[in-house]
Design a binder for this molecule. Structure first.
Ligand SMILES: Cc1ncc(COP(=O)(O)O)c(C=O)c1O
Length: 434
């Protein structure tokens, strides 16, 4: 058993530190479960009061190899004693890390560029697409989230990311995403993917100045509520980009490193994007991201035209090496698929009897539980969602939500069947007793 709750939640130490946080920390961070974290190992998190919890967040889908994996910690510590930073000067760690990343990608992606965070890798993709085509417009999707820099914010299809920070960059516009649960065209029924594909040409005719450089999409929309497009949509989109001679950018910042039960989510449909941005799991807690690219496209940038102070630094690339070793040794991609299937089966059963659980969706170890007031109207229920987050925490399960009402099921990929069942028992109990 992982869970051991010894104090009321929040415990006395949590309350003490929360009061200090309230006074001194910026209040712009996302609300999380009501504890202060102390340390963590695998899927277990301990708070500052000694309570232990099962983690369904992985931070924010980051710690794919589990919290504080001993091999990762050792690699970081060893590298810290050798070399921390040397800017763009080549190191064995960075060079061989690029080789490994390219080796794991489809054959057309033969170049790697390392950066620090996901937003930076997405920004880099946009820069490369503009530079290569000599054009400046980028199309993205309603509900999309690609980061919080001024560039990536301009790609967002969610008002929450942009509100109060306008104007966004000119030349960026959005089109509807095929959400199978809530059709973006309102009450329309039928082939949502087909409707969205047809709309692409309508949007270009209406909004483009004739300078469309590229299109960016997430394999599934994370921040919008773990929305997976119908099978085949992304492949059709790839063809549409090819037919229109624009760069196809896949944002795998969240979906890569085994999260969906494939190493890269693009493997589900054998996609061949021109550019792929990767983040989160590639560092499993260390700040590293990567842009995988076709060298014919990346090669458009000359010396000094794109680099980053911390990009591909020795300690982060050493960490990625350790993470890739752990993935191989512990077969984490297979584990994500197997445990994910098991969890989804149980969650779908719970859905049948819980009147608030409108939809269970996802793949591998990334799922969304859509909490609604009424299963027919699908009206979102943020209030009940907050209650569920709090009750789960009281019972030893750490969860978070996106879009106000979609609970994130995203444990570290090292989760065992026993740990999955222990956590599902908690979720079932909370949903049953609402
Ligand atoms: C799909 C996607 N792209 C980009 C980002 C931005 O990554 P970061 O917060 O590391 O800049 C995120 C973060 O949640 C994301 O989910």
């Amino acid at each position: 058993m992982v869970v051991n709750i010894k104090t009321p939640i929040p415990g006395p130490n949590t309350q003490k530190y929360k009061a200090i946080s309230e006074k001194y920390e910026a209040h712009c961070l996302n609300q999380q479960a009501p504890i202060v974290w102390d340390h963590a190992q695998g899927v277990t998190v301990w708070d500052v009061d000694g309570n232990s919890f099962i983690d369904w967040t992985s931070g924010v889908l980051v710690t794919n190899v589990g919290h504080a994996h001993p091999k990762l910690a050792e690699a970081i510590s060893k590298q810290a004693k050798r070399l921390l930073n040397c800017y763009d000067s080549p190191t064995i760690e960075r060079i061989t890390c690029a080789e490994r990343m390219v080796g794991l990608a489809p054959e057309n992606l033969d170049n790697a560029f390392f950066a620090t965070v996901g937003s930076e890798a997405v920004d880099a993709a946009v820069r490369v697409a503009k530079h290569f085509t000599g054009k400046f417009e980028i199309m993205s999707f309603y509900g999309g989230f690609h980061g919080r820099t001024m560039g990536t914010m301009s790609l967002a299809g969610k008002m929450g990311t942009k509100k109060g920070f306008g104007p966004v960059m000119p030349g960026f516009f959005q089109v509807p995403f095929p959400d199978p649960y809530r059709n973006p065209f309102g009450s329309c029924d039928g082939d949502v993917a087909g409707q969205c594909l047809e709309f692409l040409d309508v949007a270009v005719k209406a909004q483009s100045t004739g300078s469309l450089a590229g299109l960016i999409i997430e394999p599934y929309q994370g921040a919008a509520g773990f929305i997976f497009p119908p099978d085949g949509f992304l492949k059709s989109l790839e063809k549409w980009c090819k037919d229109h001679e624009i760069i196809f950018i896949l944002d795998e910042v969240q979906s890569s490193f085994g999260r969906t039960g494939k190493f890269l989510a693009l493997e589900w449909e054998s996609l061949r994007p021109n550019l792929v941005s990767i983040g989160k799991g590639i560092g499993s807690g260390m700040p590293i991201s990567c842009l995988l690219a076709e060298s014919r496209i990346m090669g458009t940038l000359g010396e000094g035209e794109m680099s980053s102070t911390w990009g591909g630094n020795p300690i982060c690339t050493a960490a990625t090496h350790a993470i890739l070793d752990i993935f191989e040794e512990e077969k984490l991609v297979d584990n994500a698929l197997n445990i994910g299937n098991h969890m989804k089966k149980r969650l779908l059963k719970i859905k049948d009897t819980c009147r608030y659980l409108g939809d269970v969706r996802g793949r591998g170890l990334v799922m969304g539980l859509d909490i609604v007031k009424d299963k027919k109207t699908k009206e979102r229920d943020p209030e009940t969602t907050r209650k569920i987050i709090n009750e789960c925490c009281q019972n030893g399960l750490l969860i978070g939500a996106v879009s106000g009402n979609v609970i994130r099921v995203a444990p570290p990929l090292v989760i065992t069947k026993d740990e999955a069942d222990e956590s599902l028992d908690i979720m079932e109990k909370v949903l049953t007793n609402l």
